[in-house]
Ligand binder design. Structure first.
Ligand SMILES: [Fe+2]
Ligand SMILES: [Fe+2]
Length: 350
């Protein structure tokens, strides 16, 4: 006489032999109202990242066909198996030395660059040469040609933010090297941000992706203007980098934000099912994530996993703190999946 379990095991094996599977095998207890993630809160200290870049600089040259980028990935302890920063995003740090060229290529992953240190380096996106300055944000939309070079005197460092794990999970990674090491550049005139509220009239090339360059001096001026008005309760004085051509998010898969925490400012807690990676560009403070406090200062990077309660505080009573951040919210919004709540709404009280 067979037991019920033996009978069910026999059925499961019978199905498995035919590449079929019964839904009764799923553990109902794994399904909860709260989304689950393997991404964990983590803080990467600037000294560790910068020291690692310097060690890489001393041992690794940039050459076409070998290592085309001197880039170090920030690996989330929960994403160790794929060496990514979250399940949707990769944040890396890149260093380029005077005279070096990071050869041209293109890929289906979209990238943002946020310039952290140095001057004199440039990136060429689809033939448009964009000079980098600290605090600038430069976009490399998916499938645009890009190479980097350095005409300055000191090492230059920036953050590379990409949607690699998302594009990987969709299995649509394409990569192509350019025929030459560097792209030929053309006279400025493509760069959308040069034109403010106006657009050049052009025929025929309307579909070409537009390189976008958000200069720190403009961003900071906007932050300062906004700092005189009431701040967002959860994000402080915060600006989204919008795509001026669409009015939408920075890139289809990534949103970028600059936010200021005024001296002594502390935000209220909220949570959302998008993931956020923060870089402390100026100042110092603390972010509490599900009760765990991450103390950050200039140059540090940290991640807030999805659905984690979080609040930020500027620890200085005199100096402002500025956070740059990257989010995967546009992906969730595109599919009607984005959720957020605050402590007051959830009835948990403040
Ligand atoms: Fe690239
Ligand atoms: Fe948030």
């Amino acid at each position: 006489m067979k037991t019920e379990t033996q009978d069910l095991t026999e059925l499961d094996n019978f199905l498995a032999d035919r590449w079929l599977s019964g839904l009764w095998k799923l553990d109902r207890h794994e399904r909860t109202p709260d989304p689950q993630t393997k991404v964990v809160p983590h803080l990467w200290k600037w000294d560790d990242v910068y020291d690692s870049l310097r060690q890489a600089r001393d041992r690794i040259g940039i050459e076409k066909g070998r290592t085309e980028r001197r880039t170090i990935r920030l690996v989330n302890p929960g994403m160790r198996h794929i060496e990514m920063t979250s399940h949707t995003m990769l944040l890396a740090c890149q260093m380029i030395q005077p005279g070096e060229v990071a050869p041209a290529h293109r890929h289906t992953m979209a990238a943002i660059r946020f310039i952290v240190q140095g001057q004199g380096a440039y990136t060429v996106v689809n033939g448009e040469k964009l000079m980098m300055a600290e605090g600038d944000l430069i976009l490399t939309p998916q499938w645009t040609w890009h190479d980097h070079g350095h005409e300055g005197r000191e090492p230059m460092v920036w953050l590379d933010g990409l949607d690699v794990p998302l594009i990987q999970s969709l299995q649509v990674i394409s990569y192509e090297p350019y025929s030459e090491e560097k792209q030929a550049t053309h006279a400025s005139g493509q760069e959308a941000s040069l034109f403010g509220m106006t657009r050049p009239v052009r025929s025929g090339d309307g579909a070409a992706p537009t390189p976008l360059h958000y200069r720190w001096k403009d961003t900071y001026r906007s932050l300062q203007a906004l700092a005189d008005t009431p701040a967002d309760p959860y994000d402080g004085v915060a600006l989204d980098y919008v795509n001026p051509l669409t009015g939408g998010s920075t890139l289809p898969t990534l949103a970028c934000r600059a936010q200021m925490l005024r001296p002594g400012e502390r935000t209220r807690a909220h949570r959302h099912n998008s993931t956020s990676i923060y870089h402390a560009f100026r100042g110092s403070g603390a972010t509490v994530i599900n009760g765990e406090t991450l103390e950050w200062s200039k140059g540090d990077t940290f991640i807030v996993p999805l659905w984690s309660w979080h609040e930020h505080a500027n620890r200085s009573a005199e100096d402002e703190a500025i956070l740059f951040s990257m989010h995967d919210a546009p992906v969730l919004e595109a599919f009607g999946l984005h959720r957020q709540e605050s402590l007051d709404e959830s009835g948990m009280g403040m």
